[in-house]
Design a protein around this ligand. Structure first.
Ligand SMILES: *[C@@H]1O[C@H](CO)[C@@H](O)[C@H](O)[C@H]1NC(C)=O
Ligand SMILES: *[C@@H]1O[C@H](CO)[C@@H](O)[C@H](O)[C@H]1NC(C)=O
Ligand SMILES: *[C@@H]1O[C@H](CO)[C@@H](O)[C@H](O)[C@H]1NC(C)=O
Ligand SMILES: *[C@@H]1O[C@H](CO)[C@@H](O)[C@H](O)[C@H]1NC(C)=O
Length: 334
């Protein structure tokens, strides 16, 4: 064995030991969402950017941040399209961002840009909820935060409340929920809760859209078992975000196990699924289960072929994303 070979071997062993010691310091790893070390260090790999509220230079959508609870550090970003004219009111959208319950925020460039384009195109007033994230705030905290934000928004019905944009411009006869991925799960749960305990029975939801919603189940459906790696990642997200859940068949993540499904407090549901996304099977299953439950409403699934999970956020200028934005704008105005 010559010198080069020996040093290569030593180097290899050092690297191996290093990666083993790194691995032994990791509590769990759900890359690219999150890596949590035993010493308490948390690394997030996506969704960490910050975009300030603004008047968008291109579409002139205005936005501002509102603290909903100082104790809970719960906030929301509100969006208003250009040239709102009181007393003409605008449909109201309450939006829940995605990110696997672990990453992203209502203030990240991805969601700030997305809400700006949606609000400009649909001419709605939007409340984008900045719920708190796991693992610092494990589920069900995000559900409770979302519910507080929804109740706060509803408290502006009939000119009440303190937020002038909502008082002046929100049409509580046209309220919509929306969300993508984990945010789709949150939106769905909010609609269930409205069906069970509407904080203001004078308000009815006009519709809800879910983009690649995050649902799971113990029993594989469709082709889920063919992609064990991606399926395991999705399952890890849920199990680590909600250590106290009852598992993959918890009604909060498997609508098929939810005895309250028929109570969904919304009569029109639009579900987007992406043709290359493993979650597409759950999006279709969601519609089936809604229909089976005896729910009194209409659900529609749109599949966008050849695209991946939340492709419209990753590639907002692509023709399919532009088409989807147009469809959503139409949905929010019909
Ligand atoms: C925790 O462990 C990781 C990985 O070894 C290290 O990068 C980080 O600096 C440590 N943090 C603290 C607070 O010790
Ligand atoms: C409060 O929330 C904001 C926005 O998510 C975050 O940047 C900030 O660090 C939080 N503050 C505390 C004290 O947790
Ligand atoms: C499931 O997988 C099979 C073979 O891998 C494929 O032919 C089929 O189109 C897939 N079904 C769906 C709904 O994607
Ligand atoms: C899980 O539930 C137990 C018992 O109800 C409770 O003591 C604990 O704080 C919960 N853990 C989390 C992370 O919520």
């Amino acid at each position: 064995m010559n010198f080069t070979k020996i040093s290569a071997l030593i180097l290899f062993q050092i690297l191996l030991l290093h990666s083993l010691s790194q691995a032994s310091e990791i509590l769990y790893d759900i890359y690219p969402f999150i890596r949590v070390y035993k010493n308490g260090t948390i690394q997030r790999f996506i969704g960490q950017g910050y975009a300030p509220p603004s008047t968008d230079p291109t579409n002139k959508v205005h936005s501002k941040d509102i603290k909903l609870s100082r104790n809970l550090n719960l906030s929301a970003r509100i969006y208003l399209p250009r040239y709102p004219i009181s007393p003409h009111k605008l449909p109201l959208l309450i939006y829940f961002h995605g990110g696997g319950f672990f990453t992203e925020s209502a203030f990240s460039p991805t969601y700030h840009n997305y809400l700006n384009s949606l609000v400009a195109k649909a001419r709605v007033i939007a409340v984008s909820v900045n719920y708190r994230l796991a693992p610092e705030y494990p589920l069900p905290i995000a559900y409770e935060d979302s519910w507080l934000a929804l109740k706060w928004t509803f408290s502006h019905f009939k000119g009440n409340g303190n937020e002038p944009w909502l008082k002046k411009y929100a049409d509580f006869g046209h309220v919509y929920l929306g969300g993508d991925s984990a945010g789709g799960n949150l939106a769905h749960q909010m609609a269930i809760r409205i069906g069970l305990e509407n904080p203001d029975p004078g308000i009815e939801l006009s519709g809800m859209f879910l983009n690649c919603p995050f649902f799971l189940g113990k029993k594989a459906i469709g082709n889920e078992s063919e992609n064990a790696y991606a399926e395991a990642l999705l399952e890890k997200l849920w199990l680590y975000a909600y250590p106290n859940s009852s598992g993959l068949d918890d009604p909060l993540v498997n609508p098929g196990m939810d005895p309250s499904l028929k109570n969904l407090g919304c009569k029109r549901v639009l579900v987007y699924v992406a043709g290359n996304d493993l979650l597409r099977f759950r999006g279709r299953f969601y519609k089936q289960e809604l229909e089976k439950s005896g729910w009194n409403g209409k659900a529609k699934v749109v599949e966008v072929k050849g695209e991946d999970h939340v492709f419209n956020l990753a590639k907002p200028k692509s023709s399919k994303a532009v088409e989807m934005l147009k469809m959503l704008a139409y949905f929010l105005n019909s």
